[in-house]
Design a protein around this ligand. Structure first.
Ligand code: RB5
Length: 145
């Protein structure tokens, strides 16, 4: 899969680790995040990843800021984006299985790097279940109109 990755300054180190991990799983990473450690604005990166995924340039996205929340809020403003914040592997697979989330977010100040890798793996290996869950996603999509 092609995976769009974005981050702010609080998550540059974790972004590098997650990129290596995702590449070791055989995926291609497109880096939309900052590579620096100077304070910057997370909405920029949430928007970039959201737009890339919504346009089909990437199959899904991974967003990391301090908490995962701010950057997810920005991504969720892009039409077609369903981004969920995860701090555990159960949420990580359920946001794909039930919500068909096309972007996952987490916080570099919240989860350690090993937990972050487990979260990413759980998300990437999960599959959308469809059925009644598709109806609910259709209801969410209608809210964008
Ligand atoms: C940056 O200090 C911090 O506010 C940001 O990374 C994020 O946690 C916002 O939600």
């Amino acid at each position: 899969m092609k995976i769009a990755v974005g981050n702010d300054h609080s998550a540059t180190g974790l972004k590098v680790e997650i990129t290596k991990f995702v590449e070791s799983m055989g995926h291609e990473v497109i880096n939309f995040g900052t590579d620096g450690y100077e304070s910057c604005d997370y909405p920029i990166y949430g928007e970039k990843v959201g737009r890339a995924v919504a346009a089909g340039e990437a199959d899904c996205g991974i967003l990391i800021c301090g908490t995962g929340v701010g950057i997810s809020l920005a991504a969720n403003k892009i039409k077609g984006i369903r981004c969920g914040v995860c701090s555990d592997t159960t949420t990580a697979h359920l946001i794909k299985e039930h919500n068909n989330a096309n972007v996952i977010a987490f916080g570099a100040r919240i989860v350690g790097s090993e937990q972050a890798k487990d979260i990413v793996k759980a998300y990437l290996e999960a599959e959308f279940m469809g059925g009644r869950h598709q109806n609910r996603i259709d209801m969410i999509s209608k809210l964008e109109e």
